[in-house]
Design a protein around this ligand. Structure first.
Ligand code: LLP
Length: 409
C-alpha cells in the first residue's frame, strides 16, 4: 500500500491522518485511497500497453458504485456475475459495450437484463445456458453475442478454495464438450460465438499457470480455425499480502499475450479484481476489550468476521498495524479477534506487538478486494461505512447501514 505511511507516529492514508479522522468518525469502517486505485489501473494498462486490452474490473472484488465509477472514468469496463452487479456497473456510468457477464448459474431474469441492456458479452459456462440464451434472444427478437468460458484444466497453484481452472472445478466447459457443442451451434440462430474466455483462479503469484492457459487457448483456436473477435483471459493476478510475498511479475506474460493477440487478430479482455483494488483499502477498528488468556491475550476488536471474511474463509494473512505507533512492547503474545460468536472470527496472532490498550485503534491492511463485497449481516450486525480518500479529502461512499432498517427488513 504505497499511499499508506507513518508520519512520525501517526498513520496516514494519502494526506489524511487516520488518528485525526477518528476524532469525528466511528469505527469500524473501510477506507480506500483513490490515488492507489489510479496508480494500480495505470500500471496494469502500462504492462499490457502493446496489447491494448479492454480491462473489465471484476466487480465482485469491490462492488461499491463509487469505486466502479472511479475505475469507469479511468476507462475500465466491468466483469459482472449477477444482475445486481450488472445494474450497479451501469449506474456507475460504465457503458454496456464494456461489460462482460460471467458465472455458472445465471438466472433467466439476469440473462434477460443482460440481453436487453445489450452488453458486450455473456460468457456462458454450459451448453444449457447457451440454449437458454438462444431461446430468450429468439423470444425478444434479438441476436446475442456470446463467449464460451472454457475450463482449460490448468492448476493455478493457489489456495484450493479460489482455484477455478481444473477439471474438478465447476467453472467453464471442458474443451472436449466445447468441441462437440460447437458442431451443433449452427442450429442456434439467435446466438453468435464471438469470444472464448478463461479464468483459472485468484491470488496467483507466478506466471506459469497463465502461460500454460494461453498456450491451451492458442492451440485450440488454431486447431478449430475459430474466427472470434475476443479472447477474455480473466483475472487472478496476485498481490503481496505479507512482506515475504512478491506481487506477480507480468512482463513476460504480457509479451506472450501481445504476440497471441497479433497472430490471432483478436481483442484481448482482462478481468482483474484484486490486483486493481486489493492494496487500496484499510479496515480501521477499535480495540474494544483486552482479555487475558492462558497462553495469549485476546485483543477484541469492534470489527467482526461479518465485516471481513477473508481470514475466516481462507486463513488469509492481513497485517494489522497500529494507528499510532509507540516503542513499548506487549509482554505476551496476542491474538486479534472479533465479536462474532464463531471461533473463526479472528484476524491474526502476533508473538510480539507494540503496547496497545482498550480504545486504541488498529488498521487491517490490504482489504480493498473481497473485503466489503464479502461482508454480511451475520449476527444481525449492520454493514459498515466505506470512505474514499483523495489527497486530504474524504468522502463517505457508503454510510453505515442503519440498525433500524436492518431490523425492519
Ligand atoms: N473473473 C472471474 C470470472 C472470476 O470468477 C474472478 C474471481 C475474477 C475475474 C477476478 O479475480 P481476481 O483478479 O480478483 O483474482 N473471495 C476470494 C476470491 C474469489 C475470486 C472469485 N473470482 C478471496 O477473497 O480471495
Amino acid at each position: 500500500m504505497q499511499n499508506l505511511k507513518y508520519v512520525g507516529k501517526n498513520l496516514f492514508l494519502e494526506r489524511v491522518s487516520i488518528q485525526n479522522f477518528l476524532k469525528k468518525n466511528k469505527t469500524p469502517f473501510y477506507i480506500y485511497s483513490e490515488n492507489q486505485i489510479v496508480s494500480n489501473y495505470s500500471n496494469f494498462v502500462k504492462t499490457f500497453k502493446k496489447t491494448n486490452p479492454l480491462v473489465c474490473f471484476a466487480a465482485k472484488s469491490n462492488s461499491n458504485t463509487h469505486i466502479l465509477r472511479v475505475l469507469g472514468k479511468l476507462g475500465a469496463g466491468a466483469d459482472v456475475v449477477s444482475g445486481g452487479e450488472l445494474l450497479k456497473a451501469l449506474k456507475a456510468g460504465i457503458k454496456p459495450k464494456k461489460i462482460v457477464f460471467s458465472g455458472v448459474g445465471k438466472s433467466e431474469e439476469e440473462l434477460k437484463i443482460a440481453i436487453s441492456k445489450k452488453i458486450l458479452l455473456i460468457n456462458c459456462e454450459s451448453e444449457s445456458e447457451a440454449k437458454l440464451i438462444n431461446t430468450l434472444a429468439k423470444r425478444l427478437g434479438k441476436k446475442v453475442d456470446i463467449g464460451f468460458r472454457l475450463n482449460p484444466n490448468v492448476d493455478a497453484k493457489t489456495h484450493k478454495n479460489i482455484s477455478t481452472g481444473k477439471a474438478d472445478n465447476k467453472f467453464g466447459l471442458s474443451i472436449k464438450n466445447f468441441k462437440s457443442f460447437l458442431k451443433e451451434m449452427d442450429r442456434f440462430k439467435n446466438i453468435k460465438l464471438e469470444a472464448l474466455s478463461v479464468h483459472i483462479g485468484s491470488q496467483i503469484l507466478h506466471d506459469g499457470p497463465f502461460k500454460k492457459t494461453l498456450s491451451v487457448m492458442n492451440n485450440l483456436i488454431k486447431e478449430l480455425k475459430l474466427n472470434i473477435k475476443y479472447v477474455d483471459l480473466g483475472g487472478g493476478f496476485g498481490i503481496n499480502y505479507s512482506d515475504k510475498e512478491k506481487p506477480i511479475n507480468l512482463n513476460v506474460y504480457a509479451k506472450l499475450v501481445s504476440n497471441f493477440a497479433r497472430k490471432l487478430k483478436c481483442q484481448i479482455i482482462f478481468e482483474p479484481g484484486r490486483s486493481l483494488i486489493g492494496n487500496t483499502g484499510l479496515l480501521v477498528s477499535k480495540i474494544h476489550y483486552i482479555k487475558r488468556g492462558l497462553n495469549k491475550n485476546f485483543i477484541i476488536l469492534d470489527a467482526g468476521m461479518n465485516d471481513f471474511m477473508r481470514p475466516a474463509l481462507y486463513d488469509a494473512f492481513h497485517k494489522i498495524i497500529p494507528v499510532t505507533k509507540n516503542s513499548s512492547k506487549m509482554k505476551s503474545a496476542i491474538e486479534f479477534v472479533g465479536p462474532i460468536c464463531e471461533s473463526t472470527c479472528k484476524f491474526g496472532i502476533y508473538k510480539t506487538y507494540q503496547k496497545i490498550k482498550e480504545n486504541d485503534f488498529v488498521a487491517i491492511t490490504n482489504v480493498g478486494a473481497y473485503g466489503s463485497s464479502l461482508s454480511s449481516n451475520y449476527n444481525t450486525r449492520p454493514l459498515i461505512a466505506e470512505i474514499l480518500i483523495n489527497k486530504n479529502k474524504s468522502t463517505y461512499i457508503r454510510k453505515k447501514q442503519s440498525l433500524k432498517k436492518l431490523i425492519n427488513s
